[in-house]
Write a protein of this length. Structure first.
Length: 241
């Protein structure tokens, strides 16, 4: 089987805003269309989101393995720290669904999904830490979960309670689902109930991260480990409804 692969880069180049306005480009490799339940199509994509201050983030999304691994660096050699300015532009990318004209639908969606995960990174985080955690999570999840991709869908638990835990916190029983079950779409791989075009992927990893963010606040770096585990879920878990 040919490997389905996405390589994403985020770069920055300076303006009045320290992060600068992002530019997005994509090059398709291969030609197979995605299945109805997949984001990634073809043998792969090479994507770039360009800011301006020298930050570069890479994401390797492997459609065959169902895994996501990040990398991060700055072109000036300093630590690749995510700032509030970067986060604002990432939110704008998500809001316009990856948004440059001329991109295919799956290219726009792939860019925006990665951006939607990155906006939940606490400002001031060294992205090398997140990159390391995504690689570690990908390895651990392949051994822990009885699925090819390493995610556990909660589609069968909408309106029911599951046990959520992670990042060193005590386990808790949590109700899963959109309103009227929960006010904030607990367990969904996305920022609460926002950005509905991100679909309704509810997974164990996203529930674990929601529990950590609720208990400690989304700016807590203690929740970075559970966040790292949600990247592959956001791409490859099934849409529940």
């Amino acid at each position: 089987m040919r490997r389905a692969l996405l390589v994403l880069g985020l770069v920055a180049a300076c303006a009045d805003d320290p992060a600068g306005e992002a530019e997005v480009a994509a090059t398709r490799i291969g030609g197979q269309a995605p299945r109805a339940d997949q984001v990634l199509g073809g043998d792969g994509l090479e994507l770039a989101i360009s800011f301006a201050d020298g930050l570069r983030i890479g994401a390797r999304i492997d459609g065959d393995e169902g895994s996501v691994a990040l990398s991060a660096r700055r072109i000036d050699g300093r630590a690749p720290v995510l700032t509030a300015a970067h986060a604002r532009e990432l939110r704008a990318i998500v809001a316009r669904q990856g948004g440059l004209p001329g991109l295919a639908a799956d290219e726009r969606e792939a860019i925006a999904i990665v951006a939607s995960r990155l906006v939940e990174v606490p400002p001031g985080t060294d992205l090398e830490d997140l990159a390391r955690l995504t690689r570690e999570q990908a390895q651990a999840k392949r051994g822990r979960h009885d699925t090819r991709a390493g995610w556990v869908s909660l589609c069968g638990h909408i309106g029911k309670e599951v046990v959520a835990s992670g990042d060193g916190l005590a386990s808790s029983r949590e109700l899963i689902g959109p309103p009227p079950y929960t006010e904030d779409c607990f367990g969904r791989c996305g920022w609460g109930c926002d950005w509905r075009w991100l679909k309704n992927r509810y997974t164990q990893d996203c529930a674990d991260h929601d529990a950590c963010s609720r208990d400690l606040g989304w700016t807590s770096r203690q929740c970075l480990g559970s966040l790292a585990g949600t990247f592959d879920d956001a791409f490859f878990a099934p849409n529940c409804f």
